[in-house]
Design a protein around this ligand. Structure first.
Ligand code: SAM
Ligand code: SF4
Length: 329
């Protein structure tokens, strides 16, 4: 098991497949992009599958989420999904993506064994999308979402970040649209994980703001607490059900006490938290022919050092060196 000193057990592994991306969301990356990881530093497909195998066989991981950067940019993605689906025990598998290119790959991913997708979409307005992502790809995302639903990658979840003066008036429209299309919408509070260090606590749209805005059009009833489990999203039943809406309030209502995550970066580093300032290198062990038991031991030791919380509300909080796109959101 991957257990820490606070008794939390990690059963959910986030695997970043690349730090590259074809969008430039303002809260994530600067316009010019970033210094990408060098190819030899990236884990190969074989190395990724081997680590996931160790994680599910020896470390109690039950769920694997592929992310990035943009995971659909990883050429071997379908093959990786197929090989992970053949592992015993077979983990649940999902993908967090900006949706560009999903139209072409959704069916192949489903056939390979992917269970679900989370697609990020912050706005229904193409002009606002272009401002927020610095790319004209709104329509591609909508088509990707439809393809995901048609392929049965359900429930299709949609992640939205609200930014002041850009899309902070869109929460009710996004929810009405999600209900109409049978997508499960979750808002994520903006976190200090952008490479440009542009996050400001004062300016951010909080969970409280989002709920106030939604309540101008919908009746929201909190979902029973036991249904949340370790899920980061607090959920509300909309207008008596069956639809729900989630809010991931990492800043204003952190859920660290129930965290069940461990993270693997595209260059083979273990992170116990999005906000960790330390990482544990697995790539060196992998490439020096360490046996599975040794890799599992290093991973367990990393987990044992997991901090109690993100430290976000501490005045001495330091933003991690790696931006979100290189950690894997
Ligand atoms: N490129 C894929 C995507 O956008 O879904 C996967 C990686 S992205 C880093 C994962 C999620 O993190 C997205 O839903 C994105 O909106 C969110 N995200 C990125 N930067 C963020 C930030 N500073 N605060 C909150 N969420 C952020
Ligand atoms: Fe790319 Fe996702 Fe970051 Fe947007 S949030 S720039 S899509 S990695």
């Amino acid at each position: 098991m991957l257990i820490d000193t606070y008794g939390r057990v990690a059963t959910d592994l986030r695997v970043s497949l690349t730090d590259r991306c074809n969008l430039r969301c303002t809260y994530c990356m600067p316009e010019e992009g970033l210094q990408w990881l060098a190819k030899p530093d990236l884990l190969t497909d074989d190395e990724i599958v081997r680590l996931i195998d160790i994680a599910v066989r020896d470390l109690g991981i039950e769920e694997v989420r592929f992310t990035g950067g943009e995971p659909l940019l990883r050429p071997g993605l379908v093959g990786i999904v197929e090989r992970v689906a053949a592992l015993a025990p077979r983990p649940q598998m999902s993908l967090t993506t900006n949706g560009i290119g999903l139209e072409r790959t959704a069916a192949a991913l489903r056939d390979a064994g992917l269970d679900r997708v989370n697609v990020s979409l912050d706005t229904l307005r193409p002009d606002v999308f272009q401002k927020m992502t610095r790319r004209k790809r709104h329509d591609d995302v909508l088509r990707g979402l439809e393809a995901a639903r048609a392929a049965g990658l359900t429930p299709v979840k949609v992640n939205a970040v609200l930014m002041p003066s850009l899309n902070d008036d869109e929460a009710p429209d996004l929810l009405a649209w999600a209900i109409e299309h049978d997508y499960e919408l979750r808002f994520i509070e903006q976190m200090p994980l952008d490479a440009q260090h542009g996050w400001k606590r004062d300016g951010m749209i909080t969970a409280g703001d989002i709920l106030t805005s939604l309540r101008t059009r919908f009746e929201l009833t909190p979902e029973a607490q036991d249904e949340r489990g370790s899920a980061p999203a607090e959920r509300w039943v909309v207008d008596g059900g069956p639809h729900r809406v989630g809010v991931i309030a990492s800043v204003t209502r952190p859920f660290c006490r129930a965290c069940d995550r461990t993270r693997l970066t595209a260059d083979g580093q273990i992170r116990t938290c999005l906000f960790a300032t330390e990482e544990t290198d697995l790539r060196t062990a992998l490439r020096s022919d360490a046996p599975d038991a040794e890799i599992a031991r290093i991973w367990k030791l990393a987990m044992w050092g997991k901090k109690a919380g993100s430290g976000l509300d501490d005045p001495s909080f330091l933003q991690p060196e790696r931006p979100m796109s290189a950690i894997g959101g």
